[in-house]
Design a protein around this ligand. Sequence first.
Ligand code: SF4
Length: 298
Amino acid sequence: MTQLQKVDLTDQFIELVRRAATNLPADMDEALKNAEQNEEEGSAAKGALDTILLNVQMAREYSTPICQDTGTPIFEVYYPLGVSTRALANQIRRAVSVATENSFLRPNAVDSLTGENSGNNTGDDFPTMHFHEWDANFIHVDLLLKGGGCENVSTQYKLPDAGLKAGRDLEGVRRVVLDAVYQAQGRGCGPAVLGVAIGGDRGSSYVKSKQQLFRQLNDENPNPELAALEKRLLSEANSLGIGPMGFGGKTTVLGVKIGSQHRLPASYFVSVAYMCWANRRAHMDVTVGDGSLEVTYA
Ligand code: SF4
């Protein structure tokens, strides 16, 4: 058994949760600051962004949650052959429970039948975890805290959509993504980041759309057609005038990230994962050196 197979990462998962909940990623910080500079002096949009930025700064300084809704924790875990995913899942469940006790997370897991809150962010299929075996000899974990308000305005389209004149092509995708932003208006706590998935079945499409949210705002889609569509949609969404929190203005969306997957001939789904300004993502890498654990967070 290798050392990586024996380590208990509960403490490291707690720290990962703390960082995600309290420390907005640097690229989001920068995008919000640029947006604030870009809005008209004295406008409601500028005021909303000022308040958001002050909130982000205070959360970082006092290590307190960026928003009262700490969202659904979504863990994407990449691990080498031989590591027990069952052990990792138990460590993650323990970690979110302790992070809740420490007030980094709000108790957010509610039994859908009884309405009872478990009190510690664990429950049936809660938190969300996906495990991916890979060839690298270290463990990589991505964590996203996905807010409920923005989840409520996430949506899925089945193309063709006659009402939107959206066919089964990238122009159709463009039309439905803009419709999703328009329908959301001020709900979902924009400015938003949009994770978009083309294809798959209904379930895999939603999963894929959320996985796009782990991407850096300034990364480049390796597919040139999707890269061009991402840029176009960002510009067009910001010309809708919805603005931060729906107050009007130039900043409706901070990023658009699109992925695609194979689909059945009969179906063409487009899923839009709408993420609020509190785009709380954090990453960690775990390696075992000469007998010692090495952990880096980003
Ligand atoms: S949508 Fe985001 S910013 Fe709005 S309340 Fe939920 S977590 Fe907070």
